[in-house]
Design a protein around this ligand. Structure first.
Ligand code: NAP
Ligand code: HSE
Length: 432
């Protein structure tokens, strides 16, 4: 007997998923028992990299989620609607769901998992974070004995690809973004990648799993990579750093009263740090826990095949459960979502971090002294101050701080902006 599944979407990830399922030989034998019953798309006349039997492709997505023969609905549409409504409808019809859609889970996960728990069905999402890297199941299961203290990741392939090309080939931001879109890494609207929103969705999901509580997506502080210039990449290099878009969730050990830091921003990473050498579309997630210490998950973070590998692993998991139980009775707590409380999030002004700031100043005596005094007035201690060179008439000064309170740093910058010698502050970045 075959297990019938319905795919919503046959784009980059949908086509990769179908490709694995129609070619099961040499893979896990369970795959031979899975049949793609229907596939929903927007434009049925579009050329596809995969041939499916006539009648499988439809534009009627509701017919898929209500089809009584289909046991698993695989949502690979992207975006919030109609993805959210179709997932909820599928759950309501008693179907298990597999999704790669971090945007919908990060924003509507509460509603979706409450519905899934009521209906006694699974909603699995291995592909939603890290593309082909197994990270959801490890956090839910393999690392479950630990008190998680830190999750730091490069979780967006598009921006890592862009920053890598800007660093190694001196490439232009717009050209590299176009190439990432052509390769199928970028979201339909690449703003989600470039402005850090995709990474923020992903860290919200990882934090919720790692720290065992719900996370409000709007609590994730988020800056993208648009302000990262070739000049900053070059100065960072001279100072011994590379610039990466990091997604960070930091806690004290996973109890309900802990507050979490949750943030996404471009960051100067010391070249000796393991995350400094993650290049191209690759992602890596460094998880720290007690008593484990550190473990790093690394691999292709986007693209058709890698992401489909994660999607199909979830489909196989559900098929294995269906096979062993006949039908599911009680949900396995290691595969379902059981969180009830919301994590408290530390406001960005209260976090402590190091900063890099670049100033354009008049070339006048005492300007470095004025900068030092203003920082000192607000308890911002400096690790280094370097006059890098000149831009026309203006001197270019780069400052790296010790760990300081972000609120104090911002107040010091407000004072510095009012100094006559300071013409502009073209970049402010955090340092790991
Ligand atoms: P995509 O290439 O844009 O494909 C989307 C598919 O959904 C297309 O087949 C499209 O139909 C269909 N679709 C979208 N809206 C529809 C609607 N309203 N009605 C009917 N069909 C609709 O997207 P993707 O890159 O495969 O991404 C799919 C999901 O996987 C997203 O949630 C994304 O965040 C996630 N993801 C992607 C990657 C990656 O590397 N691309 C990695 C991890 C996770 P047409 O083909 O007819 O246009
Ligand atoms: N657009 C996403 C990225 C796809 O570039 O990482 C993988 O989630």
């Amino acid at each position: 007997m075959a297990f019938k599944i319905g795919l919503l979407g046959l784009g980059t990830v949908g086509a990769g998923t179908a490709q694995i399922l129609v070619d099961p030989s040499g893979r896990n034998p369970l795959l031979k028992e899975i049949l793609i019953s229907q596939v929903g798309v927007r434009s049925p006349e579009k050329a596809r990299p995969i041939q499916l039997p006539p009648g499988v492709i439809t534009t009627d997505l509701e017919a898929i989620v209500t089809n009584p023969e289909i046991e698993i609905v695989v949502e690979l549409l992207g975006g919030l609607e109609p993805a959210r409504s179709l997932i909820l409808q599928a759950i309501d019809q008693g179907k298990h769901v597999v999704t790669a859609n971090k945007a919908v889970i990060a924003r509507h996960g509460d509603e979706i998992y409450e519905a899934a728990n009521r209906a006694g069905v699974y909603v699995l999402l291995e592909a939603a974070v890290g593309g082909g890297i197994p990270i959801i199941k490890p956090l839910k299961q393999s690392l479950g004995a630990n008190r998680i203290t830190n999750i730091i990741g490069i979780v967006n392939g598009t921006t890592n690809y862009i920053l890598t090309q800007m660093t190694t080939a001196g490439a232009d931001f717009t050209d590299v973004l176009a190439e990432a879109q052509r390769l199928g890494y970028a979201e339909a609207d690449p703003t989600a990648d470039v402005d850090g929103l995709d990474a923020a969705d992903k860290i919200a999901i990882l934090a919720s799993l790692g720290f065992g509580g719900r996370v409000q997506r709007e609590d994730v502080y988020c800056e993208g990579i648009r302000q990262v210039s070739a000049a900053d990449i070059a100065y960072a290099d001279k100072l011994g750093f590379v610039i990466k878009l990091l997604a960070i969730a930091k806690g004290l050990g996973g109890t309900e009263s802990d507050t979490l830091q949750l943030r996404v921003h471009p960051t100067l990473v010391p070249k000796s740090h393991p995350l400094a050498n993650i290049n191209g579309v690759n992602n890596a997630i460094l998880v720290e826990g007690d008593p484990l210490g550190q473990v790093m998950f690394y691999g292709p973070g986007a693209g058709s095949g890698p992401t489909a590998s994660a999607v199909v692993s979830d489909i196989m998991n559900i098929v294995a459960i269906l096979k062993s139980n006949g039908q599911t009775q009680t949900l396995d707590p290691l595969l379902s979502c059981v969180h009830q409380h919301y994590c408290q999030i530390t406001p960005i002004e209260a976090i402590e971090t190091r900063f890099y700031a670049r100033f354009l100043t008049g070339d006048v005596p005492g300007v470095i002294g004025h900068l030092g005094t203003s920082f000192g007035n607000h308890q911002v201690s400096l690790e280094s101050v370097v006059q890098i060179g000149f831009q026309g008439e203006l001197a270019e000064i780069v400052v790296v701080t010790h760990h300081v309170c972000e609120g104090n740093f911002r107040t010091a910058l407000d004072e510095i902006r009012s100094l006559e010698a300071i013409k502009s502050i073209p970049s402010i970045l955090r340092v790991l």
